[in-house]
Design a protein around this ligand. Structure first.
Ligand code: NAD
Ligand code: MN
Length: 499
């Protein structure tokens, strides 16, 4: 992106529905033709579709238009009980006794079907959740397929993953996932669980159930034995019924720290194994010797990717004092070229906020930043009339005590702080209850290693950000949770190795 010389942000209408188009970027909207959405979805239990015992359904909307897409079943404790029972029977009779090589065949088949239907899944993901089609198409869905392929490869090699041990599956895994990466988080959870011989009951987030329901259809078409994968849709109460069910052996949760803490206390004293992947307040540290234009791209990607609904987002920028003004100028110019708008438009950089509730939460935190005395910058940007949106926001003059420097905003909002030397950078970066991710930008290799050693973060990216691979374990420290997903380490969360 070439830089403009003026400090005044360029006004760029969004390429979106009902808006005057900017002729330099004609809208390039992805068609919804590949997608079929049913009026109503039941629960996928024991290899079939069932009505909820409650007789209740709830709507799921497209957050960019507020239009209802479908109705999803609200599972109650009786439904959860049926799903857990199906998973138990499948574990004991079919999936547990099956050889790893046989299990792998199913997983490879499902992975290939995801690839074959990638376009359809991407479009549905964008419709139901609001993320830009470019991201669901180029990141979420390919990564989800990659996770299934990777774990399918492990299924018949588990004794080599842990030499000298005899790893065994745990049994029934209860998995609860959030709305920010609905299909990818499903893959992160389901792939290692099934590869290691466990069976699954999964609950997606209430605003984004549709791609999980499509995954259940794929399992059905793949001939996955009944009960191996079960899907219960619903809100927090359904999740609570699931994780506290007495016949569950393993709980895997991704979501807010508040709910994670609650689950941990509910599970205390039980035999259940638990992994938690919670919030974050990632520090993105830019030293004065960094390649600044690259760093600007990295910082923008770090916080505006997926509207900032990312637990490992680089939401706190720590920039060395000597380059603060120059760097912030560059950032502001770059922000003014971000295209906010209709998520199915391939030109869109920043899509819709996932829900009204999340938009209100972001608004409240941004207002607290202004009230606390931080300086706000928002590029001029026309937002569509309907739907939930938030303009990319930058705060300077932020102090450590401000809520916008401490709390997870989970939106397109970056707080800028400064530091003088590497020691101070580390101190400030670690001054948070969280410990999920961090980024370092410097030309000095030795400094990268020095920083990585000292940053309390599960992942530290150097001169890049948001890089993911199924072979690379991901997870947090402190209030960001515990346990790892991905890699050989991630398998351990679903196995009993006897140690
Ligand atoms: P949440 O923790 O309430 O929801 C995550 C999942 O947990 C959803 O499926 C939800 O239905 C379920 N759930 C809710 N209450 C539950 C309970 N008592 N027992 C079991 N499951 C339960 O998160 P949210 O309300 O969707 O978002 C709130 C905040 O959480 C966000 O603003 C963000 O800060 C954070 N968040 C973090 C992540 C992450 O990836 N780490 C993801 C989503 C949200
Ligand atoms: Mn939705």
């Amino acid at each position: 992106m070439s830089e403009t010389t003026s400090d005044t942000p360029v006004k760029r209408p969004t390429a979106t529905i009902d808006l005057p188009g900017d002729w330099t970027y004609a809208p390039s909207t992805e068609s919804t033709d590949p997608v079929t959405v049913a009026d109503r979805y039941g629960l996928y239990i024991n290899g079939g579709w069932q009505k909820p015992a409650s007789g209740e359904w709830f709507p799921t909307i497209d957050p960019s238009t507020e239009e209802q897409l479908s109705e999803v079943a609200s599972a109650n404790s009786a439904d959860v009980g049926r799903a857990v029972k199906a998973a138990r029977t499948a574990f004991e009779e079919v999936w547990g006794p099956m050889s790893g090589a046989e299990r792998a065949k199913y997983l490879f088949r499902i992975a290939r079907m995801i690839q074959e239907r990638a376009r359809e899944i991407s479009i549905l993901e964008t419709m139901d959740g609001g993320k830009p089609i470019r991201e669901s198409r180029d990141f979420d869905i390919p990564q989800a397929a990659a996770h299934l392929f990777y774990h399918a490869g492990w299924a018949d090699k588990l004794e080599y993953a842990f030499p000298g041990l005899e790893p065994k599956p745990l049994g029934v895994a209860a998995q609860v996932i959030p709305w920010n990466f609905p299909f990818l988080m499903l893959a992160w959870k389901v792939a290692p669980a099934l590869a290691t011989g466990n069976t699954v009951v999964l609950k997606p987030a209430e605003t984004t159930s549709l791609t999980a329901l499509l995954f259940a259809q794929i399992c059905e078409e793949a001939g996955l034995p009944p009960g191996v994968f079960n899907l219960v849709t619903g809100a927090g109460e359904t999740g609570s019924d699931l994780v506290t069910h007495p016949d569950v052996d393993k709980v895997a949760f991704t979501g807010s720290t508040a709910v994670g803490k609650k689950i941990q206390s509910q599970l205390a004293g039980t035999e259940k194994k638990l992994t938690l992947e919670l919030g974050g307040k990632g520090a993105h540290v830019v030293f004065d010797d960094a390649a600044l234009d690259d760093a600007v791209e990295g910082v923008v990607n770090g916080i505006f990717f997926n509207q900032g609904h990312v637990c490992c987002a680089g939401s706190r920028l720590l920039v060395q004092e000597t380059i603060h003004d120059r760097f912030v100028d560059k950032l502001k110019r770059r922000l003014s070229t971000l295209r906010v708008g209709y998520p199915l438009d391939k030109n869109t950089d920043v899509g819709a906020i996932n829900s009204k509730m999340q938009r209100d939460k972001i608004t409240e935190l941004v207002e607290s930043g202004v009230a606390d005395g931080a300086e706000i910058y928002q590029p001029e940007c026309e937002l569509p009339e309907r739907g939930f949106w938030f303009v990319p926001t930058l705060f300077t003059d932020v102090s450590q005590s401000h809520r916008i420097a401490q709390e997870e905003i989970f939106g397109p909002v970056l707080s800028v702080l400064t530091f003088r030397d590497p020691d101070e950078a580390v101190k400030r970066a670690n001054n948070t209850p969280y410990g999920l991710s961090a980024g370092v930008w410097t030309q000095k290799g030795s400094r990268i290693l020095w920083m990585a050693d000292r940053l309390d973060a599960g992942v530290v990216w150097a001169n890049t950000f948001n890089q993911f691979d199924p072979s690379s374990p991901f997870g947090g420290y402190k209030e960001s949770g515990f346990g790892r997903e991905g890699g050989r380490q991630g398998l351990l969360a679903y196995m009993d190795t006897g140690i």
